[in-house]
Ligand binder design. Structure first.
Ligand SMILES: O=C(O)CCC(=O)N[C@@H](C(=O)O)c1ccccc1
Length: 369
């Protein structure tokens, strides 16, 4: 396989409703959509689901654009490769920049799967014809509106609710949700809002039978998380701290967590996502797929990853309609009764709609071999 052309497209889509986290409120998202073309004319699609700000991770849409245009693109164009590991070896000297890498690697996985006539799920070793989905809820103004939002998503069939928590909106909010929904699959995401000084407060969350507490401490820590996990009954789940299978192995060896959130973008692509899955699966550690508000392209890649056997907990892979009025792909990625079907057609199984992509592209560049 050899790439003769890579198109980078900065695509912007309005959100159906603003999404609030501890660091920002967003009413639209802009992600880089990648189109890669092989010498034989075959095409693959990928998405860099990086935030536009450096509050979740050090990368932003602009850093991804720079790294893809100036390094990753030139390093892979015109070179022969037969496997994804061969492809990614061309940029092994590039440190970090996993969101940028993930977009390119995803497009090449789509391309290779299409060339082999297999679905991305089969390409990865997926075993499920459909995946169970949960939803991640942004921070709401008050508990009443949060309960309304929960009710709306449970009525739609979603299997799990993830709440954002932070100092001042944690124990009491979770207590109220648990009072109204005693049997709900419920988890919380702190996005590194706490420190070990909050250990007694976090221990109070043990009474609510949560599935997990996600990334309570620093985004780049596994040592303090091990201290915290030893004090909690509730499983700690790591998100931001885990960028590779080696990170996962070290975190599990240290007892820093009992669950890992695998995000294709955060770990640099589908192959590393599968390697992290394998480390966890071999140790009986459940994983789930976190979301980054992906458009339909990245969302379809997440669906394929969720079909791997160790993805035992509902992920954030909701239907696109949770965030976008119109998906960029046909068919759209949709959930029915909280399940998203895993396509069996070649590649992503959801075809990008060129007119929609063109209509929402704010900037583009073509890199040639
Ligand atoms: O449903 C989704 O795709 C969003 C899931 C979600 O809440 N992601 C959070 C997170 O902290 O994991 C996030 C998204 C975008 C940017 C930063 C954080």
């Amino acid at each position: 396989m050899r790439l003769r052309r890579i198109d980078l497209k900065l695509v912007r889509l309005p959100l159906v409703r603003p999404f609030r986290t501890s660091s920002s409120v967003k009413d639209h998202l802009a992600h880089i959509v990648l189109r890669v073309e092989a010498d034989d004319g075959l095409v693959g699609w990928g998405e860099c689901a990086s935030p536009s700000d450096p509050y979740y991770c050090p990368e932003t849409t602009e850093t991804c654009w720079h790294i893809l245009r100036d390094f990753l693109g030139p390093l892979v164009l015109g070179k022969d490769w037969e496997t994804i590991d061969e492809l990614t070896s061309f940029y092994r000297l590039v440190k970090g920049n996993t969101f940028a890498k993930a977009g390119l690697e995803m497009a090449c996985c789509d391309l290779l799967a299409r060339s082999q006539g297999v679905s991305l799920s089969s390409f990865l070793g997926g075993v499920r014809p459909r995946i169970a989905s949960g939803v991640s809820l942004g921070i709401e103004d008050d508990t009443a509106s949060l309960l309304d939002t929960i009710e709306r998503h449970l009525s739609a069939g979603y299997k799990r609710i993830k709440l954002k928590i932070g100092p001042g909106r944690d124990v009491e909010v979770v207590r109220e949700v648990r009072r109204v929904y005693p049997d709900l699959l419920l988890q919380v995401d702190a996005n590194s809002a706490y420190t070990l000084r909050d250990i007694d407060l976090l221990r109070r969350l043990d009474e609510f039978d949560l599935l997990l507490i996600e990334q309570p401490l620093a985004h780049d820590d596994i040592i303090d998380h091990a201290t915290l996990q030893a004090a909690l009954r509730t499983p700690v789940c790591l998100d931001e701290s885990i960028h590779s299978a080696d990170d996962a192995r070290k975190a599990l060896d240290l007892g820093a967590c009992r669950v890992i959130n695998i995000k294709v973008s955060r770990v640099g692509g589908l192959m590393e996502a599968r390697r992290i899955h394998d480390v966890c699966f071999n140790r009986g550690v459940p994983v789930w797929c976190g979301g980054m508000h992906e458009f339909g392209i990245g969302r379809a890649a997440n669906v394929a990853v969720c079909s791997l056997p160790g993805f035992l907990l509902p992920g954030d892979v909701s239907g696109s309609d949770k965030y976008y009025l119109q998906d960029l792909v046909d068919p759209p990625v949709l959930a029915r009764d909280g399940y998203v079907p895993v396509p069996s057609s070649p590649g992503l199984g959801h075809e990008p709609i060129p007119d929609l992509i063109v209509a929402n592209t704010r900037r583009e560049i073509t890199l040639d071999a």
